[in-house]
Ligand binder design. Structure first.
Ligand SMILES: [Zn+2]
Length: 474
């Protein structure tokens, strides 16, 4: 099917931007959408793929995943193939470096579009946890130059003071960079208390608030009340924030302990404490033995969750430096946050993401299809959450819809199983029947990265974040 023009025939085409939801032929020419035709579009049969009974949506855009991380023990670029198998066509890496993205695409790219957020790790990627204004400004401009579209603050792992956090937002906004925040400061944590700080941190600025579901795990109060408060906070920031939730019950974190045997990061400490475990290496070992904590490692060439005895061996062997997961996300919180609308009928949370990629939980399409089956979302609303609004969040005006001339990024779904079975980027197949056929990839970068990208040899496209929902506020 590697041809300039083809027709996907007879599927239900769902394109809410054009208020279209009907059985149609989707016609692709030279990597672009030529037409969505309710009547049969006549072309030679060699150019036709019969997808009767399937659903076609504009290529899924995952606004939060991990393919370019820094301190991971598995190769995060394996996540490209995992995302392609999950039907994703465009991904935002939430915390890596430009170099990691470039190298990863060359090594394991699967034909996706990828935009990256530069991870702010004190002492490693930013001079300290108390950087000067000048240091923040040069960190932002360096991030853009090396091919990231913005920055990610990792409040659950490397928190700054609320004042420094606010300063980073101000500087990123001033330079027009995308700025994302895993909630938490030195004064709070990766939970509702951190979310309560957000209005004070953002003030009149712009911010992507990451995986809102993860702050509604019942750490501070009843999770239903946590959701309600989170919703109220997000409503007060409407027009200023981009938001997403993911649906997997498994979270993603690490098991690292310091020399005294204490678990270092806020997120795994919360997870252990939630079930009454000590926040120490012994507590972690017990949680692994009990099957509560899993280790994330490569098994038969695939990144998997590993539990029990095998996990304990990996944990000990790695000196605690290993990715881990706990079943701490509450489906009820994810459900509520995915479906809730404000008084104007707009979704409070913009998108369904995975927080996956190299974490084996790339379930956004299947889980959102399940919400459709449940009756909680219409098919068009599902596409809003998976493709259309994500395209607006990033200012990717040529994606997220099937208007004539739009990029031919396409995801085909088997509606009974809810599984993606085929996907295309710029009209080229990247996944067919669960097999990755895409290679390389295209980095979405700002104009500041033009030289880096030309030198890298990796395909790229310059995007304009001033057109994004983050900065336009629509
Ligand atoms: Zn993440």
């Amino acid at each position: 099917m590697n041809q300039d023009s083809f027709v996907l025939r007879g599927a239900r085409v769902i394109d809410p931007a054009n208020k279209f939801d009907a059985v149609a032929d989707l016609v692709v020419k030279n990597g672009k959408i030529q037409k969505v035709s309710k009547s049969r579009f006549e072309v030679p049969s060699s150019q036709v793929t019969d997808v009767q009974g399937k659903w076609i949506i504009p290529g899924q855009i995952d606004t939060h995943a991990h393919v370019a991380g820094i301190s991971r023990e598995v190769d995060p670029s394996l996540g490209y193939g995992m995302l392609a198998r999950a039907g994703t066509t465009t991904v935002v890496d939430m915390g890596g470096t430009g170099k990691n993205m470039i190298d990863g695409i060359k090594r394991n790219g699967a034909g996706l579009n990828v935009a990256g957020q530069f991870a702010l790790i004190p002492g490693l990627t930013i001079p300290s946890d108390n950087p000067s204004r000048g240091e923040i400004a040069s960190t932002v401009s360096d991030a853009l130059r090396q091919g990231c579209i913005g920055l990610k603050m990792l409040g659950g792992y490397h928190p700054f003071s609320p004042e420094t956090t606010a300063q980073i937002v101000i500087e990123a906004n001033a330079q027009g960079a995308y700025i994302a925040f895993h909630i938490g400061s030195k004064d709070s944590g990766s939970h509702l208390e951190g979310l309560r700080e957000v209005p004070g941190i953002v003030e009149n600025g712009r911010l992507h608030v990451c995986h809102v579901n993860s702050y509604c795990r019942g750490v501070v109060k009843d999770p239903v009340d946590e959701c309600q408060e989170a919703i109220e906070i997000m409503k007060t920031l409407k027009g200023q924030i981009n938001t997403e939730v993911y649906h997997a019950i498994a979270n993603g974190t690490n098991g690292a302990c310091d020399k005294s045997g204490n678990v270092i990061a806020n997120v795994p400490r919360n997870c252990l404490a939630a079930r009454g475990y000590e926040t120490t290496i012994d507590g972690m070992r017990q949680a692994i033995k009990d099957g509560y904590a899993s280790v994330i490692a490569v098994k038969s060439g695939d990144i998997s969750y590993i539990s029990g005895k095998e996990a304990l061996e990996i944990y000990n062997k790695s000196n605690t430096m290993v990715g881990m997961s706990f079943p701490v996300n509450l489906p009820a919180s994810a459900f509520h946050l995915s479906t809730v609308k404000d008084e104007n009928g707009d979704f409070v949370v913009d998108a369904v993401s995975t927080d996956g990629g190299s974490h084996p939980r790339n379930v956004a399409i299947q889980s959102t299809m399940a919400l459709v089956k449940f009756g909680a979302l219409t098919p068009s609303e599902m596409v809003n959450k998976l493709s259309w609004t994500p395209s607006r969040m990033l200012g990717l005006l040529n994606k997220g819809h099937f208007s004539e001339g739009a990029d031919a990024d396409i995801t085909v779904i088997e509606p009974n199983s809810g599984k993606p079975i085929m996907s295309f980027v710029d009209g080229s197949p990247i996944m067919i029947d669960g097999k990755v056929v895409g290679k390389g990839g295209k980095m979405l970068v700002t104009a500041a990265a033009e030289k880096t990208m030309s030198d890298s040899g990796v395909n790229f496209e310059i995007i304009d974040l001033s057109l994004s929902k983050l900065y336009k506020g629509f």
